[in-house]
Structure formats: structure tokens, C-alpha cells
Design a protein around this ligand. Structure first.
Ligand code: GLA
Length: 393
């Protein structure tokens, strides 16, 4: 059985395109403009984000990519070359600036005629656009299905398989264009999980692929997405990651405990960590959650094995993730909605691969060794909060 699995894993690795194998050996980390700035983002916002990424300690904690999302696009010239709009007067200079901070820069487009915010997409200009991005010095491309959905429906009304093939081909087309442009770019597929993206995205060069619809800056959206990732672990690994969408830590009305649960869940999922908050008004609390090196070390663990649910009760979710050093990341979530009180939750170690019902534990939010914990112990976790442990036998 084990041999069979190894063989299957070797086959999968062998069939992955070269680009997937080299880039994003751990889940990409950075910041993206959309969740806070949306359509208002400008060159000045991106420069400021890069400055603050450094001065806040985010860069040193591992956040590298500064990604411009939708609404940078202007018009194409007579030769079809895309130019940025007036919000971004000089993309090459902006990329140079971001690089000068020891950071990398990302950009956004769509396989359709228009992006989701109705700016110019890449349809029919894939090679040209990839070349332009390479000339500007772009290191990361988020490619968002958007209006291409209509092209698919128009081409094959009611034939979903043909529509899906058209979508997969469109993503492969841009993958080839990036390879041809000759500059390494992390390739981020954004198509909301259609056609079980995890099944095919790695084969068209995806370093990451969205598994769900857009996240919103509230607990319900975040936890619904997080919990819906159960069962997807086997599709992720070094170079190719499930993407449950960008972080909302620091956005909306998410509380301290909810932000902890968000960062805990994304770390357990080996999710790309793309902060989405406004650094110019980042509180110390939000900064310390985003830069918790012990949580980030779980997310970035070299083994690259995504975590999964190991136990669930009415108000408890327990997820585990094997780590390169033989230990296990272990997260206990209090998902109770209807109570404002703290809950005492048991760790259920026996059900989760610790037959003795005991383990040595370190608490990665309290930054404290807990010694030996037992199944009869009770963890007091606030509503919507989480505990993140590192367990050794
Ligand atoms: C889609 C994506 C978002 C964002 C917007 C931009 O909704 O899922 O992440 O990129 O488009 O228009």
C-alpha cells in the first residue's frame, strides 16, 4: 500500500510542470491590495505598503510579495501592448522600488476580455502581457476567471465539460506564456474552485489555486471557508498549494480571538499567507498576530503537508498537521456561535494519533511549553477563538 502511494506521489510530481516545482516551495507569503483598497489602489499605496512591510517587521517574518490586484490596467496601444492607467504612472519604476526593499511584486489579470472590476483582461494578448509583466519585473501573477465565464457559456451553452476544458486551456495558455516570457512568476489561479481546481490546477502550472468563492472580513465567512477545506490536503505540496483566499486579519470587525482563529486555520492549511489589511493603521495586536513566527513556521513547514480535520463535535473542531521534524501541529477551535462564554474543550488526543492520550505540547500563541498534556485536560478557549499547539510524543 505504502509503495503504491509513493509510486502515485512520484507520478504526480513527475507530471507537474517545471515551473511548479521550482517556485513556491512553501506557501507564498505577502500582501495584496484588494481586501482593503479594492478599486482605489494607487502606486503610492503600493509603495507605502512596501515601506511598511519592512518597518513593521512583516518582511522579516517572511512576507515577501507585494501584490497589486485589480484596477491597475489602462488601454492597449496600437500594437496591443497593455499600459497601466493613470493610478500607476510607471510600473517598471514601481517594481524597481519594491525590489529595492528586498521584496517582490505581483500583478493581476484575467483570461477573459475584462477583469472582475471590468478593466482590460488578457484574452488574445496572453504572450504579449506575460512579456510586458516580465519587462516590468513582475514576480507573481494572479489570473482571475471573471468575464471568461461568459465566453465559456457562449461557446458551449449547457455543455459544462466543454466549458471547463475551455477554462483549463485558458489557464494553460497563460502558463505557457509565462514560461515563454522567461521570468519566474508565481502563478496564482483565481477561479473560485470551479471544476475542482485542486484536481487540475497543478497540471496547468498553478503554484496556488483558489478553492472557494471570495472571503469576506467576518468570522462566518472565514470559518466557513476554513472548515470547507477538509479533505483537500492530499492535493497540496511544495510548489502547488490550495488557496482558501487572502487573509482578512485586521479587516472588518474581526475580534482578537477571531483573528487568532483565522491565522491558526490558515497556518494549519498550509495556505498562502497574503495579508489584506491596511498597514498604515495596523494595530500592535494585528501586527503581532500576523507576525507570530511560531504560527508562520507551521504554515511554512518544509514537509508541505496540509492539515485536516481529525475530530469534530458540536462546538469543537480539531485539526492536525504532520511536520517535517516528526511533530504534529494541533489546532483546537471553539466554533460555538450561540455562547459568549469561554468553553472548556478537551484535546481528544487518542482519536488523533496519540494512542496513549498524552503528548508533550507547546502553545504557539502563548509561546509557552505546557509539558505533558492529557486527554482529560481542559483547554479554555473563548468563543470563535483557537489554541495552536505543537505536539511531540
Ligand atoms: C475577484 C477575486 C478577488 C479580487 C477581485 C478583483 O472577486 O476573487 O480576489 O481579485 O476579483 O476584482
Amino acid at each position: 500500500m505504502r509503495r503504491c502511494l509513493l509510486f502515485a506521489a512520484a507520478l504526480l510530481t513527475a507530471s507537474l510542470p517545471a515551473i511548479s516545482q521550482q517556485l513556491a516551495q512553501t506557501p507564498p507569503m505577502g500582501w495584496n491590495s484588494w481586501n482593503w483598497f479594492a478599486g482605489k489602489v494607487t502606486d503610492a499605496d503600493i509603495r507605502k505598503a512596501a515601506d511598511l512591510m519592512v518597518s513593521s517587521g512583516m518582511r522579516d517574518a517572511g512576507y515577501v510579495y507585494v501584490n497589486i490586484d485589480d484596477t491597475w490596467q489602462g488601454k492597449r496601444d496600437a500594437n496591443g501592448v497593455i499600459h497601466a492607467n493613470e493610478k500607476f504612472p510607471d510600473m517598471k519604476a514601481l517594481a524597481d522600488y519594491v525590489h529595492s526593499k528586498g521584496l517582490k511584486i505581483g500583478i493581476y489579470s484575467s483570461p477573459g476580455p475584462q477583469t472582475c472590476a471590468r478593466y482590460e483582461g488578457s484574452l488574445g494578448h496572453e504572450e504579449q502581457d506575460a512579456k510586458t509583466y516580465a519587462e516590468w519585473g513582475i514576480d507573481y501573477l494572479k489570473y482571475d476567471l471573471c468575464s471568461f465565464g461568459k465566453n465559456m457559456k457562449d461557446a458551449y451553452p449547457n455543455d459544462y465539460e466543454a466549458q471547463n476544458k475551455m477554462m483549463r486551456d485558458a489557464y494553460e495558455k497563460m502558463h505557457q506564456a509565462i514560461l515563454k516570457a522567461g521570468r519566474p512568476m508565481v502563478y496564482s489561479l483565481c477561479q473560485y474552485g470551479f471544476d475542482q481546481s485542486w484536481q487540475w490546477a497543478p497540471k496547468v502550472g498553478g503554484n496556488l489555486w483558489r478553492t472557494t468563492d471570495d472571503i469576506r472580513a467576518n468570522y462566518d465567512s472565514m470559518i466557513l471557508i476554513g472548515l470547507s477545506q477538509a479533505g483537500l490536503a492530499k492535493f497540496a505540496g511544495p510548489g502547488h498549494w490550495n488557496d482558501p483566499d487572502m487573509l482578512e486579519v485586521g479587516n472588518g470587525k474581526m475580534t482578537h480571538d477571531e483573528n487568532i482563529a483565522h491565522m491558526t486555520m490558515w497556518s494549519m492549511l498550509a495556505a498562502p499567507l497574503m495579508a489584506g489589511n491596511n498597514f498604515t493603521e495596523m494595530s500592535d495586536d494585528v501586527r503581532s498576530i500576523l507576525t507570530n513566527k511560531e504560527a508562520i513556521a507551521i504554515d511554512q513547514d518544509k514537509l508541505g503537508k496540509q492539515g485536516d480535520r481529525v475530530w469534530a463535535g458540536e462546538e469543537t473542531e480539531i485539526w492536525a498537521r504532520p511536520l517535517a521534524d516528526g511533530s504534529v501541529a494541533y489546532a483546537i477551535f471553539n466554533v460555538a456561535n450561540n455562547r459568549s462564554t469561554m468553553r472548556g474543550l478537551r484535546p481528544h488526543l487518542k482519536e488523533a494519533g496519540f494512542p496513549s492520550g498524552t503528548a508533550h505540547a507547546r502553545d504557539l500563541w502563548a509561546h509557552k511549553d505546557l509539558g505533558t498534556i492529557k486527554d482529560t485536560d481542559v483547554f479554555t478557549i473563548p468563543r470563535h477563538g483557537a489554541v495552536l499547539l505543537k505536539l511531540t510524543k
